[in-house]
Design a protein around this ligand. Structure first.
Ligand code: B1N
Length: 837
């Protein structure tokens, strides 16, 4: 009798058939099959969510063939793999994106409506995986999309948080937080891989011992052990056969541990151990650019880094590669310092577990890692108190000391007698309480260090990492961020995408520089007319969404002026709202003033413990409320705060925006990526010379960008001279502050916004007052420009046409060429020919 699986060859007929065909009929059949056999429902009794799940599984079936083919191609080629280490992956909903990448969006929409269902309702059923705070997490998502599109073998490694970024609700104008139960109805996109679970140690102490060969070695006796279980999500390339992997770790209790405690009769202890283990991957820290020196955070970081490095070593074993070639097989990118402990962990695995000589292990380590810095803000630089660090990672502290001693020896020789420099460069901060400096660990253990926009990379070299730059100038470079045009144009703005494809063909989605071909159309009146109609249609859709969410009417004929991003003082949402109050004051003082009607749209989350940011949200909502109720400004001024800004809401707002607010204090926003999404979708920018704004302005042309405010250099000078905000007080600004302090926006409560207004009057660390006049003046120019409809449309088209640089495909090509040196590996779908029996 024949054995069922007599050959290890892949039996492709299993999936290369009708079951996974991309035709409409096959898809309908698969949808109904999944509803019955996976969901256990028949159509008449199924909920919208059941339909969504069935649809998602039908799509997933079609991904798996690509996934297996990709795995086969990579195994055969044995080529270099990029491991992108990130504590955050802000993916957004998968369904629509996967349909776009497979090229079956329209067929599936038709198939679903032929079954009598509403496709858009089903798309909205997906609870988006919000496993990130903001730009840094979303960048990781755009990067893995681009790596798959460029056919780069890659793995995204991170944490499968049970609760992602909190759900924001506005209650009486204040932000309140609700837990994000995104896994409540199951996640059809992930596949559990229990067979690849790994153990991760934490706490305890170290001891010396002699092994069988009488070698002196170090043993780490952990205080506790957790198991990391990988959950894999396929990441499709755009219209190719590549499906890479996002591998996220869930923390579980090791059974053996449970049982030993249990057997001693300590049931409570066993349960506590289990509960403790699972807290490791329970919740994402909701702080953007503000570290919280919590033990659990360090444990989370170490947990996913150790699990990932062990997983990579398993892959090497399977492929029969010696560990000496680790750096040839893998390029690891550290997404900020959150995974920087990887430098010490790889050393531990090589030196302690695999008994490799220190020098060789260090050589491999430095050839493996590269580090991306994402912020200059001092409050975001990770430093762990030594005692805390030691209690979680005793062995790593010793390894870091050893790395430090060898590193400082090198510095001592290079900079003879410069003791101060040694103290500045040390991996340990010894001023007062001692800290481990994670950015220093990342710099020492990486072959390349980059910032995320030209200005940011320059400032890194001048400021935060100056000493490292002086030591190793060759390690430094810039990689300006980008975003994926698949999600941020094709998926979110189908009307505009169709018009563009009609005009220049559709290869721009793979090569965004081709948008240049749109430039001549800026001179074509008929094209401009269609461009405007599309923006208007997007605004009408968005107005309906606002009506549904906020219960207020906004006029699609008014200028849609948008600031959506995390709420932070350096991003200066308060500059924006102060200006809105100034406009309100002008309208009330002179009701007949000539005024361009505007709708100011805000959105974004504040870290739950960031009181000033929450107060800014309250002020925005309070102004929104007053303005909405005041008949004197009706139809001319509206303010909307959009609740719970996330990826899904972003997909609605960027296509409808006409003015993009990028108004951070110069030198503070490392890059920004929302700025790119707006510009691609035809919004004009009002912005400072900060982050990637500078490069956007350079690309689109100064005449198509509204610039205001101090430059980074002027900011530094102003601060250096001793900045006094009151010196920048104007009559109008005085009126604005008085109006707030009078209780006008707080039902007579004169105290409510005092922390905010006093902060501005006496400190104003982000120079709101210094930039206020310039901003106001620039906003006047915006209003004037908007009235020349044809001119505005031309500028809008040119913004889009010249946004090619800001595709994350360009960014990833640069990382590949300059840092990873990972060649692409095209994937051929497995078919009958591959089956050799
Ligand atoms: O990273 C983005 C940039 O475009 C933004 O300008 C930058 O602000 C953002 C600690 C951060 N920098 N640092 C963080 C996030 C979470 C956390 O716990 C820091 N986010 C950024 C992409 O380069």
């Amino acid at each position: 009798m024949a054995t069922p699986m007599k050959s290890m060859e892949t039996p492709t007929e299993l999936y290369d058939d009708e079951r996974t065909a991309l035709t409409k009929e096959a898809f309908k059949r698969a949808f109904l099959d999944n509803l019955l056999y996976v969901q256990g429902k028949f159509p008449a009794l199924a909920s919208q969510n059941d339909y969504y799940q069935a649809l998602a599984y039908a799509v997933r079936d079609r991904l798996l063939q690509r996934w297996i083919s990709t795995a086969a191609a990579y195994t055969k080629q044995g080529s270099r793999t990029v491991a992108y280490f990130s504590a955050e992956f802000l993916m957004g909903p998968h369904l629509g994106n996967n349909l776009i990448n497979l090229g079956i969006y329209e067929q599936v929409r038709e198939a679903i409506s032929e079954l009598g269902l509403d496709f858009d309702t089903l798309l909205r059923q997906e609870d988006e995986p919000g496993l990130g705070n903001g730009g840094l997490g979303r960048l990781a998502a755009c990067f893995i999309d681009s790596m798959a599109t460029l056919e780069i073998p890659s793995l995204g490694y991170g944490i499968r948080y049970e609760f992602g970024i909190f759900h924001q609700e506005i209650v009486d104008g204040w932000q309140t937080e609700r837990t994000d139960k995104w896994l409540r109805f199951g996640n059809p996109w992930e596949i559990l891989r229990p067979e690849w679970a790994v153990e991760v140690k934490l706490g305890g102490h170290t001891e010396q011992y002699r092994d069988e060969q009488e070698r002196l070695r170090i043993r780490w006796v952990p205080g506790k052990v957790v198991v990391g279980v990988p959950y894999d999500t396929p990441i499709l390339g755009f219209r190719n056969n590549t499906a890479n992997t996002l591998r996220l770790w869930k923390a579980e209790a090791p059974e053996s541990f449970d049982f030993s405690t249990f057997n001693r009769g300590d049931y409570g202890g066993a349960v506590r151990q289990k509960v403790w283990s699972e807290t490791l991957s329970k919740v994402l820290y909701p702080n953007d650019e503000q570290i919280q020196g919590k033990t659990l955070r360090l444990e989370q970081q170490y947990f996913f880094v150790s699990a990932s490095l062990q997983d990579m070593m398993r892959i090497m074993r399977v492929q029969k590669l010696p560990l000496e070639r680790f750096h040839e097989k893998f390029a690891v990118q550290l997404n900020d310092t959150h995974p920087a402990i990887a430098v010490a962990e790889l050393m531990r695995l090589l030196v302690d577990d695999h008994v490799m000589p220190w020098e060789q292990a260090w050589d491999i380590t430095c050839k493996t890692f590269a580090y991306t810095n994402h912020t200059l803000l001092p409050e975001a630089l990770e430093c762990w108190p030594l005692e805390l660090f030691k209690s979680v990672l005793p062995r790593h502290l010793d390894l870091i000391y050893e790395i430090n001693v060898r590193f400082l020896d090198e510095v001592r020789i290079r900079f003879y007698g410069d003791e101060a420099r040694l103290a500045r460069l040390s991996l340990i901060d010894e001023h007062g309480e001692r800290y481990v400096r994670m950015a220093h660990l990342a710099c020492v253990g990486s072959h390349t260090i980059n910032g995320v926009a030209e200005l940011h990379s320059e400032l890194l070299k001048q400021d935060v990492l100056r000493d490292f730059y002086e030591l190793w100038p060759h390690k430094f470079g810039n990689k300006t961020n980008g975003v994926t045009p698949r999600r941020w144009m094709a998926l979110s703005n189908p009307r505009l995408s169709d018009l563009i494809s009609e005009a220049i063909g559709d290869s721009w989605l793979k090569n965004l520089d081709e948008l240049q071909k749109l430039e001549p159309f800026a001179q074509d009146a008929a094209f401009r007319q269609r461009w405007r109609e599309i923006k208007l249609a997007n605004k009408v859709d968005f107005a309906a969404f606002v009506k549904e969410r906020n219960g207020i009417n906004i006029d699609p004929a008014s200028l849609f002026d948008v600031q959506v991003k995390r709420i932070h003082e350096y991003k200066r949402q308060h500059l924006n709202i102060l200006h809105v109050i100034a406009l309100y004051h002008r309208l009330r003082s002179d009701p007949n003033a000539d005024f361009q009607p505007r709708t100011f749209i805000f959105g974004g989350k504040a870290a739950p413990a960031y009181h000033m940011a929450k107060l800014i949200i309250k002020l925005i909502n309070s102004v929104a409320d007053v303005v909405d109720r005041d008949p004197a400004v009706k139809d001319r001024l509206k303010v909307v705060f959009l609740q719970n800004f996330n990826v899904s809401n972003g997909q609605r707002v960027y296509p409808a925006a006409e003015l993009s607010e990028q108004i951070s204090t110069a030198g503070k926003e490392a890059s920004g990526t929302g700025n790119m999404k707006f510009s691609m979708n035809g919004a004009l920018t009002i912005g400072t010379m900060d982050g990637a704004n500078i490069e956007i302005r350079q690309e689109v042309g100064a005449e198509n960008f509204f610039l205001f405010g101090l430059t980074a250099e002027q900011v530094a000078q102003t601060k250096g001279r001793g900045y006094r905000p009151l010196e920048h007080m104007t009559a109008e600004l005085q009126e604005v502050i008085s109006l707030i302090n009078s209780g006008f926006f707080s039902r007579g409560d004169v105290q409510m916004f005092r922390a905010l207004t006093d902060g501005l009057l006496w400190h104003d660390p982000y120079l709101v007052f210094a930039d206020f006049e310039s901003y106001s003046e620039c906003q006047l120019q915006v209003s004037q420009a908007y009235r020349d409809v044809d001119h505005w449309t031309r500028m809008s088209i040119l913004n889009s046409a010249r946004s090619g640089k800001f595709s994350s495909d360009r960014t990833i090509r640069e990382y590949c060429a300059d840092i990873w040196r990972a060649p692409s590996v095209p994937v051929r779908l497995l078919s009958q020919e591959d089956v050799k029996v």
